[in-house]
Design a protein around this ligand. Structure first.
Ligand SMILES: *Cc1c(COP(=O)(O)O)cnc(C)c1O
Length: 408
């Protein structure tokens, strides 16, 4: 018999996560994750759940009572919105300007709905006028679904405008806020969005595997008034999940991922301590500095400036530079993870994420310095140090502007 391979404890390498998620976790979140397990109906746990819902309502800027974390990644949040709201025969307009809009179409089809697709150029935000026109052509539309922050390109759509148009035409909205929540304004009550989902590992910087969701009264009414019987997914059926996460009766549905929920509680608490506006401003400041550095190196952005997500920066790969070699060198020599292009943009772009706890000046400077060194070695012509210098200059301008505002 051959000797079994000796297996030892797993110790992940220390990386700096500057891709499309997961992002780095604050040490306080890691400490929370490492606390002892308790029962999912333990009174102490139930108290934590109530706080979690309150913190989530703050992050989402909503008073929706039905705001809670689903056990599962952002994809489960997406699927839950579709299986509950879309009945066989429903007409659903899906706006597609990247990978995640494509997944929404899949969901509509699997629920027996009829998707009507609004195609938008990848890298562009959804044009509200196109939605208006499509709703006029399809007045029997039940639901409009769109991605607020398209992580595959770094484009942000105008959620307020899209929700307003859908509501005027009597359609409910499903809004993907996976990458926007905590990074750029997500204002559910102001938008009057109906079903929204997010993810724990992007700008919330928690461990992956949880999906904060929020449903409006209108969305709940639609689920309760389903004409065609039960929601086809037992696990995601809102009526059943509510037995555990609802206001009153609390009974077993599935074993809640307790430690992950401690982590989310801490991550959302960190967000509240910082303040949403301050978190959004921090993402913007670090984006400004990164942009200054990338542009000083001669790199160009995929998304027009007005629609850019500060937490997800996609730039074109310069001609003659090998995508994989750059990403491998950044990972192996500098412990930096960045994102590759997806779909039609594979091999053409890089995606630099500055999400949540990863959005820090030290990471901006580290990334610019490492990228400049790697590109230089590969023969990409630019002045060494020019990127870091531009970023420092951007920060200095921000500091001067802040000092001036303070004096005024
Ligand atoms: C990451 C992401 C998802 C999927 O989330 P997972 O946690 O990977 O399942 C959905 N939509 C968008 C916009 C995302 O960025």
């Amino acid at each position: 018999m051959t000797q079994p391979k000796r297996i030892t404890s797993f110790h992940p390498p220390r990386r700096t996560l500057l891709g499309p998620g997961p992002s780095d976790m604050n040490p306080r979140v890691m400490t929370a994750l490492a606390q002892p397990a308790i029962g999912y109906l333990d009174p102490a746990f139930v108290t934590m759940m109530e706080e979690l819902k309150e913190l989530m309502r703050y992050a989402y800027q909503t008073s929706n009572p039905l705001t809670f974390p689903l056990s599962g990644p952002g994809s489960v949040g997406m699927e839950a919105c579709f299986v509950n709201l879309v009945e066989p025969g429903d007409k659903v307009i899906v706006c597609r300007n990247g990978v995640f809009g494509g997944r929404m179409i899949e969901n509509v089809e699997r629920c027996g709905g009829t998707p009507v697709i609004l195609e938008e150029t990848w890298g562009e935000p959804i044009d509200p006028q196109k939605l208006e026109d499509l709703l006029k052509a399809h007045p029997d539309t039940n639901i409009v679904a769109f991605v607020h922050a398209e992580t595959s390109t770094g484009a942000q759509s105008d959620a307020q405008a899209l929700c307003d148009i859908a509501r005027r035409h009597g359609a409910l909205t499903i809004v993907d806020c996976v990458t926007s929540l905590g990074g750029t304004p997500v204002l559910l009550d102001a938008w009057q969005a109906d079903a929204t989902y997010s993810g724990s590992q992007k700008c919330l910087s928690c461990t992956p595997g949880l999906s904060p969701v929020s449903y409006s009264e209108r969305a709940i009414e639609k689920v309760k008034a389903r004409k065609q019987g039960k929601v086809q997914s037992w696990f995601m059926d809102l009526n059943l999940v509510l037995a555990y996460w609802g206001e009153t009766a609390r009974t077993y549905h599935h074993t809640a991922p307790g430690n992950s929920l401690y982590g989310l509680h801490e991550a959302l608490l960190l967000l509240r301590e910082e303040g949403l506006e301050n978190a959004w401003a921090r993402h913007r400041r670090n984006y400004e500095a990164l942009k200054a550095g990338l542009e000083a190196m001669g790199l160009t952005y995929v998304v027009p400036e007005a629609a850019r997500l500060p937490q997800l920066n996609s730039v074109y790969i310069p001609n003659g530079i090998d995508d994989l070699t750059v990403r491998k060198t950044l990972l192996n020599d500098y412990n930096i993870e960045i994102g590759a292009g997806l779909g039609p943009l594979a091999g053409k772009i890089w995606r630099f994420g500055l999400m949540g706890y990863s959005s820090q000046p030290t990471n901006v400077l580290l990334l610019l310095s490492a990228l400049s060194a790697v590109l230089g070695e590969m023969g990409y012509r630019h002045d060494g140090g020019v990127a870091e210098s531009a970023a420092h200059h951007a920060y200095a301008e921000q500091h001067a502007a802040a000092a001036k505002a303070k004096r005024a």
